[in-house]
Structures are given as C-alpha cells and as structure tokens.
Ligand binder design. Structure first.
Ligand SMILES: *Cc1c(COP(=O)(O)O)cnc(C)c1O
Ligand code: SF4
Length: 423
C-alpha cells in the first residue's frame, strides 16, 4: 500500500479532508491498488455484479482504512470484507426488511427516533467516512435525498425542548463527525442549553476509519461538554492501529468516556478468540465494550449474519474468562421497532422458595440461599412518605410501562395482551 501513501505528501495523509477527498470509490481503483483484475480472477459476470452492487450501495473507503488491508490475502481480510462490496448484497432474502428497526415508524419529526421513554436518536448526518458493507442504515447513508437540513435540526431540537422526559440525546447518522466543527459545536451548545437533557452521546466510526478527524480543534469543542459520551465501532482487533489509538488517547485525555459497539459478522469476527482479543485491546486503550449486536435483517446483509447460537457461544467464552468490564452486552435489535433485547447464556438453573441454583462459567453448580426476613415490599408510589428517603422528586407523575408495570403493586395491570389477540 506504499503507492497510496506516496501519492500524498506525508502531511496530506494526516489531513482528514484530504483523506475524504481521496476516498476510494470505484472497483477500478481497488483493482489498481490491490494489483488485481476481478474479471480475470472471477469472470466478467462477477465484475458486472460488483458494479451493480456499487450502483445500489455506494463504495467509499478512506485511503487510511484501505491501507490496513493485507494485500497478499485481501479476500480474507476483515478490513476488506467490511469495506468492499460482496455480490451477495444483491440477494434480497425473504426475511430482509428495508427499515428493520422501524426507525421511521417511531419518528415524530424528520431525523429523530423516539422509541424509549427517556432518550432519542438524532440523525444529524447522512454521510460516513467509510460505507460499511454491513450497515443497518445502508439504504439511507450516502443517500442524498436523506440529507438532514438546518430546518430538520430546528424541528428536532424543538421536539427535544418540548419533551421534558428526554434526558439523553444520541447523535447518530451517518456519522456526526463528518459535519464541520462549527456545526458540531453549535448542535452541542443548543442541546447543552436544554435543562432536561442530562446526557449527550455521539456515535462515530471516525476513530476506526478516519482517525485523523479527531483533531485538536474538534477535541476542544467536545471537551467543553462534561456530559458527553462517545461510542465508537471497532469490529476487529486489527483496527486498533497506532493512528487509531492516538485518536482515542486524545478523546480520553479530554475526559470523554468511551464505549464501543461491535456487530457480530460472519467470517470477520465471529470467533471467540477474535472477540476476546478485541475486547482486551479495547479496555487496554480505555474503551469500554458496550454492545455486541446481532446483525440486523436489513436488505443484503444475509451473508454477514451468524446464528444467534454463535453469539451466545462467544459470550460464554468471555464471561469469567476475561475482565468483567471488558464484556459487552449481546443484543438483538428486534425487527419492527422492538428495541434492543439482551441475550446471554443462562446462569440461573432453578429456584425454590429458599434457594436458587446457579452455574458458573466453569460449570460449577452452586446455591444461593435467599434471606429469611425479606417479606413483601409494597409500594404505592408515595415517595414522600416512604422510608427509603427518595430525595429527588419525581417531577412528573411516574407511569410504569411494560414488564415493570406487571411487577408493580401500584397498578392493576395483570397481563399484557398482544394487539393481535385483543380483538
Ligand atoms: C439504541 C437506541 C437507543 C439507545 O439505547 P441504549 O440502550 O440506551 O444505548 C435509543 N434510541 C434508539 C432508537 C436506539 O436504537
Ligand atoms: S459508520 Fe455506521 S452508519 Fe456509517 S456506514 Fe458504517 S455502520 Fe453505517
């Protein structure tokens, strides 16, 4: 990949705007850089299909990320596989859904998804530094029709201002860090001015695919916000390069807590050893593994999907085998807008009135004895009169929802009945 670097002066290489301007966007460029010819190697038909794939789902790889590809064995390289189209993306299978997470359905205003009671997802950008082939929002990223306008920002911010229950705002996209510094700064300032917003999160893949985006100027803007968290998206230990770690160091040294969300991907990271290496490397660099996602039912992702069993097997190989805080929560984002559902191995084997039976990671079966004196706990939501001394007042009347409602004593709800059988 020397050719790539030589094409830039050393300084340009570290300039994120240069990297974006010189993104690799055609099959031809890839062939040149990898010194290969896909029609010769795999036939004309295959190459045509590659072109077709790129027509539907654009190809864009930063020279930096491209330079991580192992040229000698690119076909099996985890970076190549995340970045380069696969003709199987054209296979739409019966279970595929265009908007698998029902984000449009839960969208009160353009660009905002409000699914959970106290937090919203705010799509502030439709661009990404690199178009991940496994992206859930494949149909939207890179789609110019979906570019959020200043007017969209205004209505989204107005919605957040009006909804006092929103205490956590997640900036997502596309990638928020593809916006200019000034815009990021003003969005953060606007949100900081909303009293009920306690936490702001940014989801970005730039530390992985364009680490030079993390400039001193950007960090200066970010570090003004003490309630800001950043989640990034590493899928493989080889992505934690020196340059990438340098970017993470800047963010961590500015006091920003870092998390990571990975996607479980067939033939890329669906291996207990790869995952263990990844989470260890993440925590060694002060990034806390947050979620491991089961791959969604988006169109053209079938070939990336693993069985859920593989995911549970990987979780089994982590818990107990490595530091607890290096273990992400494995989740399935329920199709149709059900939200994230954690799945994990079963550790609770059985229980009786007095004891519960557990098993540990080694297969040791053990017991925990319940306390004798723990009786009923009745709650009528009268926090002022409660012995527990809840010092912060609940501003709004509290309303339990979901399973919490079934467990509570202060509602009469005894069953949750699916719409389909309510009749
Ligand atoms: C993932 C997600 C969130 C955040 O969920 P957490 O579990 O709090 O990280 C919020 N809104 C939507 C629509 C999401 O998909
Ligand atoms: S960075 Fe995120 S939003 Fe962008 S293409 Fe990759 S997975 Fe999709």
């Amino acid at each position: 990949m020397k050719a790539l670097k030589n094409q830039s002066s050393r300084e340009n290489w570290y300039d994120w705007k240069w990297q974006l301007k010189h993104a690799i966007t055609s099959i031809e460029e890839v062939e040149k850089l990898l010194k290969t010819d896909f029609s010769k190697e795999f036939g004309e038909d295959f190459r045509d299909k590659l072109e077709k794939t790129v027509d539907i789902f654009p190809l864009s790889i930063t020279p930096y990320y491209f330079s991580l590809i192992d040229q000698k064995d690119f076909i099996n390289d985890p970076v190549f596989r995340q970045a380069f189209p696969d003709v199987r993306e054209l296979d739409i299978c019966t279970s595929d859904i265009e908007d698998p997470l029902g984000e449009d359905k839960d969208s009160p205003v353009e660009g905002l998804t409000h699914r959970y009671p106290d937090r919203v997802l705010f799509h502030v950008s439709n661009r990404c530094a690199m178009y991940c082939r496994h992206c859930t929002r494949k149909r939207k990223v890179g789609d110019t029709d979906y570019c959020p306008s200043l007017k969209d920002y205004e209505s989204a911010i107005a919605y957040i201002e009006e909804h006092v229950e929103v205490r956590d705002v997640l900036l997502s996209g596309g990638d928020p860090f593809l916006l200019p510094d000034e815009l990021i700064g003003s969005l953060l300032d606007r949100l900081a001015n909303i009293k009920h917003v306690e936490v702001i999160r940014i989801g970005t893949r730039t530390p992985v695919v364009l680490p030079f985006r993390i400039t001193e100027a950007l960090v200066d803007i970010l570090k003004k916000h003490k309630n800001l968290w950043i989640n990034t998206h590493y899928n493989h230990p080889k992505e934690l390069t020196k340059d990438s770690i340098r970017a993470i160091d800047k963010l961590v040294e500015a006091g920003i807590p870092m998390g990571n969300q990975s996607v479980l991907l067939s033939d890329i990271n669906d291996c207990p050893q790869v995952m263990k290496a990844l989470v260890r490397k993440l925590v060694a660099n002060r990034i806390r593994p947050y979620y491991l996602y089961q791959c969604d039912l988006s169109e053209g992702l079938e070939h990336f999907r693993t069985s859920v069993g593989r995911g549970i097997e990987i979780m089994e190989s982590l818990r107990g085998h490595t530091s607890g805080f290096a273990i992400p929560t494995y989740v399935i984002d329920a199709p149709g807008g059900g939200g994230k559902i954690p799945v994990m191995p079963n550790y609770l084997i059985s229980w009786s009135t007095n004891k519960i039976i557990l098993r540990n990671y080694e297969g040791v079966i053990t017991t925990y004895t319940e306390p004798r004196a723990y009786g009923h706990r009745d709650c009528d939501l009268d926090c002022a009169a409660c012995d527990l001394h809840m010092k912060t007042s609940l501003d709004d009347p509290y309303e339990a929802t979901g399973i919490e409602q079934l467990l509570s004593d202060y509602t009469d709800v005894m069953t949750l009945t699916p719409e389909e059988i309510k009749a």
